[in-house]
Write a protein that binds this ligand. Sequence first.
Ligand SMILES: *Cc1c(COP(=O)(O)O)cnc(C)c1O
Length: 414
Amino acid sequence: MDLSPFSQINPPQRLLMGPGPINAYPRVLRAMSSQLLGQYDPAMTGYMNEVMALYRQVFCTKNQWTMLVNGTSRAGIEAILVSAIKPGDKVLVPVFGRFGHLLCEIAHRCRAEVHTIEVPWGEVFSADQIEDAIRRIKPRLLLTVQGDTSTTMLQPLHELGDICRRYGVLFYTDATASLGGNPLEVDAWGLDAVSAGMQKCLGGPSGTSPVTLSPEMEAVIRRRKRVEQGIRTVDHAEGDDEMIYSNYFDLGMVMDYWGPERLNHHTEATSALFGARESAQIILQEGLEAGIARHRLHGDAMLKGIQAMGLQVFGDIRHKMNNVLGVMIPDQINGDQVRARMLNDFGIEIGTSFGPLHGKVWRIGTMGYNARKQSVLQTLTALEAVLNSLRFSTPRGAAIQTVLDHYLADDNHA
Ligand SMILES: *Cc1c(COP(=O)(O)O)cnc(C)c1O
């Protein structure tokens, strides 16, 4: 390796099989190496309009305001929460993993009155449990996570939109980890706001967050107060609750930048936009349903392989995301030692876990570009070899044979 201070960057070859980031589609990386454009060049604004149209299809929505927030997935989450929540608003967060806690944390900073309901990690909520809480708490917003990678669970959302309509509640979900690998129908399910990220099933690098806003959510955001352009000293009283306390994340201003007004806000992250455009093209070219079916096929293959190796899986697998699996670390095995051996000997990364699952569960992803037969077989082969070398015995070869049979059965169906 060239270690001189002026050497070109040359990262090691890795197969990223954790809960994200994952290897980007090569097409996305090529698109991102394109030359830059000025932000009001008609070619650039044309690409921005294309991105809006592409992500409307990815999100299954007619929402005009479907665009990118520059920043990682958390930027999309924060932009929506900061723009929608007024101090004192009641919000309800059903927490079933780490990312539910993140929504609470951000809502607290927006000075919302935060209410939570919780289920143990590895489970999801029934629609009744959420409706009961809405009836009791009467929140202005319901903040949900669709797929929480911390637990690998997928919260069913399709019945929640109707409930929210009935009680006059705005309905948001963080679909960062689930979009592209599991069904999400923004309009049919009555969602008012959704945010996502690139580094999971969309197969790009983190750095942009696709978001979509319903007309109701747009109206809520447009009503918030803004500082007039050009005013230097702002005379706003303490507790001016109508003001959005962020310029960068004020989605009203972001809409004016992406919309026909083209009012200057930030400089759109051009290379990241090229990448996000390419990801959407790949997904729509494959077809949303076919892409979800591919994530299910390879997610199931990983599940069957892990079980055939004699390992236990984490959580209620009826509600598992297609694209990530929690694997119980066997008692006598040091999980970090296995991960290090996978990385150093095979160049394969699998994930650790947070909070109550730390040291107990590995998380293995099969998403985006890595929802492929080769990635699944390579990962299982390496994991079995490492476990065997640490004296954890497995029914030798059973995992790979089970997975090959799984793929053969699929080919026979096709
Ligand atoms: C991975 C993940 C994120 C990631 O946020 P970043 O800001 O892109 O790191 C957010 N939400 C969920 C549910 C995730 O699984």
